[in-house]
Design a protein around this ligand. Structure first.
Ligand SMILES: [Zn+2]
Length: 464
């Protein structure tokens, strides 16, 4: 109390006397302002303004050398109090970045109650992806409602930047919540259901890609929110014998499919044994069908009035689906043989959620071709993640029935209507667990390589 009185008295007298030194007064005023206004506490952890601190230190040392410690005491108090409060900066949760999604219901001390932001979803879906700051040195508990929010390996996270992601682990969560201890150096962290993938990831990937001379990136169309929707063409070196269409993110949140897509593209361009694809097959790839949903961090699945993967009937409502339907039949010129639409299944549980799975088409001839492709993938898939031929969901089994398509046709159902098509298929690739193996960016890419080999094996068989 005595110290506080001395502090106020000294501060008052120094402020009155400081009028002679305008420059110093302004800097001091700025410092007071900075300390009290909270303006630097928003979004990022508060960091000392080094210019101000260096200036104050110089001033202090001059005053000390003159024998005056009147200003020293209050300033030292303020500086120390700021340093000591570094680890207690205000904790903030945000989702205002590409792919971000969270609804914060309440923050009480070091516990955060949160839930997936459903937006225009009909019913419940589980996608979330948030950033936390102001948590250095704290142990924070994150609590979700009593609904599925984690895959087998718990939340995925990335500390201090959003490029290196890990699974928190199978034992990291309980009762729809998890607790995380941050070190004092942790200034920000990201958490999500799996490893996020947005436009930025695509451009990073394309920028580092080797042998991309045959790859052309351009704009298929513009989305409802005026974003450019990418289309990638890989042009063959010789006569085009076949064409292949690959689409991803008809459901915005199904992020791991784009790592599979990276593996397909990288293998086509670089694998020595895929020369036939480079010589004779043209690929058209749409990495983000629901581009707005991907960037906005929407669930995408069960979007009202219907989602992108139920928009392939005659009366499509989304500009991107309209553009795909307008372009592809003409581009095909009778050579389009495969439509491959990539999806992620449910987050976890029985059914198809935790293994790689082909979804059988209602059209029996097409389903027969899917079974042929499925055998090839099982044969070629020798890396970490395996596909097993038994994981083929025939039409009429589990959820794959007429009832599932009452809102409209899916992308792969539309694919069967293109003249000359041989195979149109949905492939489900898990978020987290593929038959007991944790999905990673790398093993998802390797699985993409196996898909490329399977496409090469499949296409020439059509000529027989
Ligand atoms: Zn899907």
């Amino acid at each position: 109390m005595i110290f506080l009185r001395a502090f106020i008295r000294n501060l008052r007298s120094d402020l009155l006397n400081m009028g002679k030194s305008i420059d110093f007064f302004h800097r001091f005023k700025f410092y007071i302002n900075m300390v009290t206004s909270n303006c630097l506490l928003k979004n990022e952890i508060w960091l000392p303004n080094m210019t101000t601190l260096t200036f104050l230190q110089r001033r202090l040392s001059k005053r000390i050398s003159k024998g005056s410690n009147k200003l020293f005491i209050p300033l030292l108090f303020m500086i120390l109090s700021q340093y000591s409060s570094l680890g207690q900066s205000k904790m903030e949760i945000s989702s205002n970045f590409p792919g971000g999604n969270i609804k914060v219901d309440k923050i009480d001390k070091d516990t955060v109650w949160m839930s997936p932001d459903l937006r225009d979803t009909e019913g419940y879906w589980f996608y979330w992806y948030f950033k936390i700051t102001g948590m250095a040195g704290k142990t924070v508990h994150f609590q979700f409602p009593q609904k599925p929010v984690f895959g087998r390996y718990g939340p995925a996270y990335s500390i201090n930047n959003d490029s290196t992601w890990k699974w928190y682990g199978e034992t990291s969560y309980a009762n729809h919540g998890f607790t995380f201890s941050f070190s004092k150096g942790d200034t920000s962290a990201y958490f999500s259901i799996a490893f996020p993938y947005t436009q930025k990831n695509l451009y990073d990937f394309l920028g580092k890609l080797r042998n991309r001379g045959s790859l052309k990136l351009d704009t298929l169309c513009f989305s409802r929110e005026n974003r450019a929707v990418e289309q990638i063409h890989i042009m063959p070196a010789q006569k085009t014998l076949y064409k292949v269409l690959i689409t991803a993110r008809n459901h915005a949140c199904e992020m791991t499919t784009d790592y599979v897509l990276e593996g397909i593209i990288r293998s086509i361009l670089n694998e020595r044994d895929l020369q036939f694809l480079r010589d004779h097959v043209e690929f058209c790839i749409v990495p983000f069908v629901d581009k707005d949903g991907v960037e906005n961090g929407d669930q995408g699945k069960w979007r009202k009035p219907h989602d992108y993967n139920r928009d392939y009937d005659n009366n499509s409502i989304y500009p991107i689906v309209k553009a795909i339907k307008a372009k592809v039949p003409e581009w095909s010129d009778g050579k389009l043989k495969i439509v491959l639409d990539l999806h992620c299944p449910y987050l976890r549980g029985d059914g198809d959620a935790e293994y790689i799975c082909f979804i059988g088409n209602k059209n029996k001839a097409i389903q027969q071709q899917q079974l042929i492709m499925s055998d090839l993938v099982a044969k070629n898939c020798n890396d970490e993640l395996r596909f097993y031929g038994k994981n083929f969901m025939k039409y009429g089994t589990l959820w794959n029935t007429d009832k599932n398509y009452t809102q409209g046709a899916s992308c792969s159902q539309w694919g069967t209507t293109i003249p000359g098509i041989a195979l149109s298929t949905t492939l489900e690739f898990p978020y987290a667990n593929a038959s007991g193996i944790a999905v990673s960016k790398d093993n998802a890419r390797m699985f993409g390589g196996s898909m490329a080999y399977s496409i090469q094996d499949y296409l020439p068989s059509l000529a027989k």
